[in-house]
Design a binder for this molecule. Structure first.
Ligand SMILES: Cc1cc2nc3c(=O)[nH]c(=O)nc-3n(C[C@H](O)[C@H](O)[C@H](O)COP(=O)(O)OP(=O)(O)OC[C@H]3O[C@@H](n4cnc5c(N)ncnc54)[C@H](O)[C@@H]3O)c2cc1C
Length: 302
């Protein structure tokens, strides 16, 4: 029996483990893959306070080592569900564990285009996060794929950094906010490529360009330094769908206090409803969720 079971060893889950161990609670962290979460796929983090040029893997390793040193136990097993009760039972690919409180910190995954070479080029010209990686493309030529608000905001942000920003969208109008689209259209260095899809990636060691096919079948090539893919995200909350309230997009409905619809179950990081999905907000959620879990344990007489 653990005081707190944390699902996911990304920045949110591992920060929650640090805070819970500092409060001397027993902690089990269950992770489906390896520790670190999404951040391990970025070669350099530029925006985390006091760590201006650290690789994602080094960052994750430092947080992991800190949690282990404080006494958090890690098991690398995928969680398949939670059974609620005054004690919660968390089932995994390897067995089941009992906890008095649970923090779900399963993050989210960026949707991919599914093109050959895409996985290999992540961090080598392909990015899923303009705020994170835009700084690497100052005065360079980049494209954003997508037509929703994230794509429009990414393109607007990149237009202040890059030499040229192409926006590739499969329809003739954007799904995203009209005012943002209008601001984008007014930028001299933004070129809209509508009614078109990215149909191939061109690359050697790094991305060198994209093949674009328009809705009439016309094929062209755009040389590029960077491609930002903003076609949506998928939160990893499927195992909890029948138990806690999720919003229409599958994010856990939880506010800044990280409480879910079920007492004793908390959500931290990219998997919950929020505006900004970044390391700093994931770590903040980890601290808040741990604090709320501790309050819950004390209030429940555990
Ligand atoms: C390429 C890239 C670059 C980025 N660069 C930056 C940057 O420079 N600065 C910045 O601030 N942010 C950056 N981000 C965003 C940042 O990585 C995320 O905001 C942050 O990792 C979210 O942390 P999290 O712990 O909520 O979720 P995640 O990092 O997604 O971690 C969730 C963890 O839960 C695990 N998990 C999921 N389902 C289960 C399950 N059923 N059972 C057990 N474990 C499970 C996953 O395997 C994963 O390890 C970047 C993201 C990407 C993809």
């Amino acid at each position: 029996m653990y005081d707190i079971i944390i699902i996911g060893a990304g920045p949110a889950g591992m920060t929650a483990a640090i805070y819970a161990r500092r409060a001397e609670k027993s902690v089990l962290v269950l992770e489906a893959r390896s520790y670190g979460g999404q951040i391990v796929s970025t070669p350099e983090i530029e925006n985390y306070p006091a760590a201006p040029h650290i690789s994602g893997f080094d960052f994750a390793t430092k947080v992991y080592e800190q949690a282990v040193e404080l006494g958090a136990e890690f098991r690398f097993e995928r969680v398949t569900g939670i059974t609620d009760g005054s004690v919660k039972t968390v089932t995994t690919s390897g067995g089941s564990y009992e906890g008095r409180a649970v923090i779900i910190a399963t993050g989210s995954e960026c949707r991919r285009l599914g093109l050959p070479g895409e996985d290999k080029l992540a961090g080598r010209g392909i990015s899923y996060c303009a705020t994170c990686d835009g700084g690497f493309f100052r005065k360079k030529d980049v494209a954003v794929v997508g037509g929703g608000n994230t794509a429009l905001e990414d393109a607007l942000y990149l237009s202040g950094l890059a030499r040229t920003v192409y926006v590739i969208h499969r329809r003739d109008s954007f799904r995203g906010d009209g005012a943002t689209a209008a601001r984008l259209r007014s930028k001299d260095n933004v070129k809209l490529v509508l009614n078109s899809r990215v149909t191939a990636l061109e690359y050697g060691d790094r991305l060198t360009g994209i093949e674009v096919t328009d809705n009439d079948g016309g094929v062209s090539s755009i040389p590029l330094d960077g491609l930002f893919i903003a076609v949506g995200r998928t939160p990893e909350n499927a195992p909890f769908a029948g138990l806690i309230e999720l919003d229409g997009a599958g994010y856990v409905s939880a506010s800044e206090n990280c409480r879910t619809s079920v007492p004793g179950i908390f959500a931290a990081g990219d998997n919950r409803t929020k505006e900004v999905r970044q390391l700093v907000t994931a770590a903040a959620d980890g601290a808040v969720a741990a604090g709320e879990a501790i309050k819950y344990l004390e209030g429940s007489g555990f």
